[in-house]
Design a protein around this ligand. Structure first.
Ligand SMILES: NC(=O)c1ccc[n+]([C@@H]2O[C@H](COP(=O)([O-])OP(=O)(O)OC[C@H]3O[C@@H](n4cnc5c(N)ncnc54)[C@H](OP(=O)(O)O)[C@@H]3O)[C@@H](O)[C@H]2O)c1
Length: 261
C-alpha cells in the first residue's frame, strides 16, 4: 500500500538513535523527508548520512529540547531546511529509574522539561507550519508506563499520562484544521539506552540485568521485547495520509504488556 508519505516533510524530536531514529528510517523508506534533532553532533551526523543514503532530504539540527528556545530553534530550522512541515513526531525523552525519595527537584525539572514540556513547546511552534499541509499529522511517543502500572517507572508514568491528556486537547483544537493528533505507547523496546538502565532497574529489584530483561519478556503476550523498527513502522502508518480518520487516540504497541480490557 502506498502510504502517501512520499515528498512529505517530517520533524522528529530526539532522533539520532533509538525509537526516534527508527521512526525517521521508516518514514524515509516511504520517501518522506526528515529533520532530526539531538544534542550530540557526531551521532546526529551519522544518522543523517544513513537517511540521505535512502534518497530523501535529511537534516540534523543540534538543539536542547528541554527548553522552549531549543524546541523553537528545531522547528524553525526544520521548516527552513525542508521547505515546510507536514508531520511532527514528539519523541524525545526516556525513563530515569527512580522512586519518590530518589528523584530530587533538579532531576524532576530535567525530566518534566524533556519528557513533557518539549512536547508542548514543539507542538506550539510547529502548528503554524503544519496548518499549511494538506494532511497535517502530530504523533506523540509516550510509553506503556502511561497506561499500565509498572512500579519503578515513576519518571515516565507522570509525563506519559499528561501527554495523553495534552494530545486529546490538541486533537480537539486542531480537528477543524484537518490535523490529526495521536499517541503511541511503545512497550519495552531494544534501544541503546536500555544498556545502563537495565542495570539500574535490576539493582533496584535485587536481580540481574538478564533476569530483568527476561522478566519483562515474560510479562508480554508475545514473550519478547520490541525491535525499534516495529515501533517505527507502526508510527509511519499512524502519520500517513492513508490514516485520515484516526485522531485523539492512544495506541499501545507493546506486545501485549498492557492487559486491561
Ligand atoms: N526504549 C523503550 O523501551 C521505550 C519504551 C516506551 C517508551 N519509550 C519512549 O520513546 C522515546 C524514545 O526513547 P528511546 O529509548 O528511543 O531514547 P534514546 O535511545 O535515549 O534516544 C533519545 C534521543 O533523544 C535525544 N535527546 C535526548 N535528550 C535530548 C534533549 N534534551 N535535546 C535534544 N535531544 C535529546 C538523544 O540524543 P542526544 O543524547 O545526542 O541528545 C537521542 O537521539 C522516549 O519518549 C521514551 O520515553 C521508550
Amino acid at each position: 500500500m502506498d502510504l502517501g508519505l512520499k515528498g512529505k516533510n517530517a520533524a522528529i524530536t530526539g532522533s539520532s538513535q533509538g525509537i526516534g531514529n527508527a521512526i525517521a528510517n521508516s518514514l524515509a523508506d516511504e520517501g518522506c523527508n526528515v529533520a532530526l534533532s539531538a544534542r550530540n553532533q557526531e551521532r546526529l551526523d551519522q544518522a543523517v548520512a544513513e537517511l540521505e543514503a535512502k534518497g530523501v532530504k535529511a537534516v540534523g539540527i543540534i538543539c536542547d529540547l528541554s527548553t522552549e528556545e531549543g524546541c523553537g530553534k528545531f522547528i524553525k530550522a526544520a521548516a527552513e531546511a525542508l521547505g515546510g512541515i507536514d508531520i511532527l513526531v514528539n519523541n524525545v525523552g526516556g525513563m530515569i529509574p527512580g522512586t519518590i525519595d530518589s528523584v530530587d527537584e533538579d532531576l524532576w525539572d530535567t525530566i518534566l522539561n524533556t519528557n513533557l514540556m518539549s512536547f508542548v513547546h514543539t507542538t506550539k511552534h510547529a502548528i503554524p507550519h503544519i496548518k499549511k499541509s494538506s494532511a497535517g499529522r502530530i504523533l506523540n511517543v509516550s510509553g506503556v508506563t502511561g497506561k499500565q502500572l509498572m512500579p519503578g517507572a515513576l519518571t515516565t508514568t507522570i509525563p506519559n499520562t499528561a501527554i495523553h491528556g495534552f494530545a486529546k486537547i490538541m486533537a480537539a483544537e486542531l480537528g477543524p484544521d484537518n490535523i490529526t493528533v495521536n499517541t503511541i505507547c511503545p512497550g519495552f523496546t531494544n534501544t541503546e539506552s536500555w544498556g545502563p538502565r537495565s542495570e539500574v532497574m535490576a539493582k533496584m529489584k535485587g536481580i540481574t540485568p538478564q533476569q530483568f530483561h527476561d522478566g519483562v519478556s515474560a510479562q508480554t503476550l508475545l514473550g519478547r521485547w520490541a525491535d525499534p523498527k516495529e515501533i517505527g513502522d507502526a508510527a509511519a502508518w499512524m502519520v500517513s495520509e492513508k490514516n485520515s480518520y484516526q485522531t485523539g487516540t492512544v495506541v499501545e504497541i507493546c506486545g501485549g504488556f498492557a492487559k486491561y480490557i
